[in-house]
Write a protein that binds this ligand. Structure first.
Ligand code: SAM
Length: 299
């Protein structure tokens, strides 16, 4: 199959009109060389470029030698204002390229409400994939990559963050977390406290001049950053999956899993957890964590 779809820039280099629709365009994390050829073509040909911050996108377009076309600021929180205009433009045959400041739109970035509205309106939505900090960090971490859970940004307040971490503690997958450098030391300490001795990687400034990955147990990383202070730049934390369960847990687990699987087939998560906790005499928290792990396994 041809990799060039109908209506995209022609082979002679001239930009032809794009078919109506929204194009979700990934942009570099910091290294301009990571822009894809197709992303450049779409950005050059789109009628409107919807972006998080017009100054950032104007700079990107200038660096790519693309004349600043019609830029519109889009933000999920203020979706009410721009969204109808973008949807209407596409309904009238226009093309909208959606970008964020860096990486893939919608991944801890604006765009979800717009894409949902476009889908509901029956409009075409096309992926123009490329850089994404979560995938880049996972790919260089050396931690298991066959099964992972992206958590986005953790809550900022200590109590809410602890609850969010406890909720995923038992999930048998590598975890991917975005964190601000300022909160990194305390966040790693909270992870060490709640997850125990799990292997982790802090990936910093990926694709940029000072790219660095630090690897160690959560406690070692927490201690290192407590001593050095918050790092500069942007970071992703990758946490390896929990260790295999103990023999005692393994003995009990099949019974728990069988009961939970049966209960989850016929009732809500909440009722299933209450029912199985009552029947097995195990703490609700543990049954809930196991139910979540089973839920992930079934996907
Ligand atoms: N949608 C973007 C993507 O696909 O990469 C992510 C946007 S989110 C608002 C920004 C977060 O991504 C940062 O706080 C950091 O956790 C991570 N990030 C972005 N660029 C990075 C880089 N060059 N190195 C490490 N982490 C990065």
């Amino acid at each position: 199959m041809s990799s060039i779809s109908q209506g995209e820039p022609s082979r002679d280099g001239k930009t032809s009109k794009l078919p109506a629709g929204i194009y979700v365009v990934a942009t570099p994390l910091g290294n301009l060389g990571d822009i894809t050829r197709r992303a450049q073509e779409i950005l050059a040909a789109a009628d409107i470029v919807a972006c998080e911050d017009t100054r950032v996108t104007r700079r990107l377009l200038a660096a790519l030698g693309i004349p600043a076309r019609r830029l519109m600021r889009y933000d999920d929180h203020a979706a009410g204002r721009t969204q109808p205009a973008l949807i209407e433009a596409v309904q009238h045959g226009g093309s909208v390229a959606l970008v964020s400041d860096a990486g893939t739109p919608l991944i801890a970035d604006p765009g979800y409400k717009l894409i949902r509205a476009a889908r509901e309106a029956g409009l075409a939505v096309t992926a123009v994939p490329g850089p994404s900090a979560a995938m880049a960090a996972l790919s260089v971490s050396g931690l298991p990559s066959d099964r992972f859970l992206f958590l986005g940004f953790l809550p900022q307040k200590a109590k809410a963050r602890a609850a969010a971490l406890a909720e995923v503690k038992a999930v048998r997958a590598t975890l991917i977390v975005f964190e601000s450098p300022r909160r990194l030391p305390e966040s790693l300490a909270a992870m060490a406290d709640i997850f125990g001795p799990r292997e982790a990687v802090v990936a910093r400034e990926l694709t940029k001049l000072f790219e660095e990955t630090r690897r160690g147990s959560l406690a070692e990383l927490a201690a290192a950053y407590a001593e050095s202070g918050p790092p500069r730049g942007e970071v992703v934390v990758i946490i390896g999956p929990p260790a295999e369960i103990t023999v005692a847990e393994a003995d009990a687990a099949p019974d728990l899993d069988v009961r939970l699987t049966a209960a989850l087939g016929g009732m809500s998560l909440r009722d299933a957890v209450a029912d199985v906790a009552r029947a097995t005499g195990r703490p609700r928290r543990e049954v809930y964590a196991r139910a979540l792990a089973l839920g992930i396994a079934r996907k």
